[in-house]
Design a protein around this ligand. Structure first.
Ligand code: NDP
Ligand code: 2IT
Length: 446
């Protein structure tokens, strides 16, 4: 490791003990930024890197709620307000039993640079709870969301901090939380994004992350004169991001052969076409069932307890969770001819996997660039709420597409190496950093 990165990381580890995901996210960024900052000493003197690695505010709270048996349950609630240099805090809420401070800080840290890359005026934040929506009734989810918002509403606002969805938080949860915020604060404002269409949501927000990750992959393919036509694509996850990534790949002429959930993956060599995708959406969004049921229905293979990366493909789209693709799996992907990885999830590839992508010079779009379409359309939802107008599907999709092209161009500007290879990791980290750093310099030691 570069000794300057080593020294910096020793401080981060000392100050944030036992937060391994946070260390991982910061280290990846530090490896890109420290050499850049050496060449631009104004950022060094102002300690911008040290400052962006420290949240502006961390809010931790108790979330009590009553289950269907009448018993009191207690969960932890969090909101990390990471950086507001270029706009109000913005980022999703995750409800999953694994949620802890380390995971939310890594996500909030990534969000700062991601939001900057979108070109829209949004700072970075993230929040959530260790609440597990799986196996809960709608009423239990509602009571949990109301209790969560009863505390969170004291800290957020349409010009302060605007949460949205992430793992375990979709349209249903956003609806319950919006209703509770409005009731307590007595104001109808765009304090959350990912809302239903009837009450201020933007068209294309549900599609945005998955579509965006595929648009980004398409831009990467174009640099090699290639396209999605005829490509075999493996997707992990079967939630919001995975579903709409699959839809867009189909529209662009590729074939998605896997989707997964935390229990295993299905391999459908004939491709998950529009009809089968509609089945996945109903299974996951309405019935809240397991992906194994797909294999039973369509008579294909189900691999219990496994991840899809052993399946031969041209393009891999990890769309489930962090560290879901390790060194061994990256080796297998590359050996099988995969040459594009576009991350719908946040930090799905381990550092060792990323090292292999770069070594083999494959087209690798890291999450903070490739999955920025979701928060970008959240930004567009905020604009529409401020205007008290709503744009058409076509208008929002066209803006999303342009933003993904612009993020690709930013990565090229900051990440192109002397032999023409685009290092999208450096490109995204430096490209996202510059706007935040300039704003922080202008605003003084805050
Ligand atoms: P969903 O809750 O809709 O879906 C999550 C999917 O990932 C499910 O299939 C779930 O399986 C699987 N999954 C979750 N946790 C694990 C785990 N620990 N191990 C294996 N599989 C897991 O979430 P989203 O689709 O919204 O989010 C997916 C990823 O995309 C996350 O990394 C998120 O941070 C990122 N992201 C989301 C954005 C958005 O707009 N929603 C924007 C940008 C990034 P199961 O059902 O079994 O839990
Ligand atoms: O990780 C992410 O970018 C999100 N979960 C979306 C955040 C948002 O505010 O739309």
């Amino acid at each position: 490791m570069d000794p300057r990165v080593e020294k910096f990381m020793a401080q981060i580890v000392a100050k944030n003990a036992n937060e391994k995901e946070f260390h991982q996210a910061v280290q990846e960024v530090a490896e890109s930024l420290i050499p850049y900052i050496e060449e631009n000493p104004k950022y060094k003197h102002a300690k911008v890197l040290e400052r962006i690695a420290e949240p502006e505010r961390v809010i931790l709270f108790r979330v009590p709620w009553i289950d269907d048996k009448g018993e009191i349950q207690i969960n932890k609630g969090y909101r990390i307000e990471m950086n507001s240099a270029i706009g109000p805090y913005k980022g999703g809420l995750r409800f999953h039993p694994t949620v802890n401070l380390s995971i939310l800080k890594f996500l909030a840290f990534e969000q700062v640079l991601k939001n900057s890359l979108t070109t829209l005026p949004m700072g970075g934040g993230k929040g959530g709870s260790d609440f597990d929506p799986k196996g809960k009734s709608d009423n239990e989810v509602m009571r949990f969301c109301q209790s969560f918002m009863t505390e969170l509403c004291k800290h957020i606002g349409a010009n302060t901090d605007i949460p949205a969805g992430d793992i375990g938080v979709g349209g249903r949860e956003i609806g319950y939380m919006f209703g509770q915020y409005k009731r307590i604060r007595n104001e109808f404002v765009g304090v959350l994004t990912g809302k239903g269409r009837q009450y201020g949501g933007s068209l294309i927000r549900p599609e945005a992350t998955g579509y965006g990750a595929v648009y980004f992959a398409e831009e990467m393919l174009k640099t090699r004169g290639d396209s999605f036509k005829g490509k075999i694509v493996t997707v992990s996850g079967s939630g919001n991001v995975a579903q709409f990534a699959t839809e867009k790949v189909n529209q662009l002429g590729g074939k998605v052969v896997t989707v997964s959930d935390s229990a295993g993956f299905i391999h459908d060599p004939n491709g998950i076409d529009a009809e089968k995708l509609a089945y996945v959406m109903e299974l996951k969004n309405v019935k809240r069932g397991r992906i194994k049921e797909y294999a039973d229905k369509y008579g294909c293979e189900y691999y219990e307890g496994k991840r899809p990366w052993e399946i031969k493909c041209d393009v891999a789209l990890p769309c489930a969770t962090q560290n879901e693709l390790n060194e061994e799996e990256a080796k297998t992907l590359i050996a099988n001819g995969c040459f594009v990885v576009s991350e719908g999830a946040n930090m799905p590839s381990t550092p060792e996997a990323v090292e292999l992508y770069i070594k083999h010079k494959i087209l690798y779009g890291p999450g903070k660039a490739a999955n920025a379409g979701g928060v970008a359309v959240s930004g567009l939802e905020m604009s529409q709420n401020s205007l008290r107008l709503s744009w058409t599907r076509e208008e929002v999709d066209q803006r999303l597409h342009q933003i993904m092209k612009d993020i690709h161009a930013t990565c090229e500007t900051y990440g192109k190496e002397s032999d023409g290879f685009i290092n999208y990791v450096n490109g995204a980290n430096i490209g996202g950093f510059v706007k935040v750093a300039e704003a922080m310099l202008a605003q003084g030691a805050v």
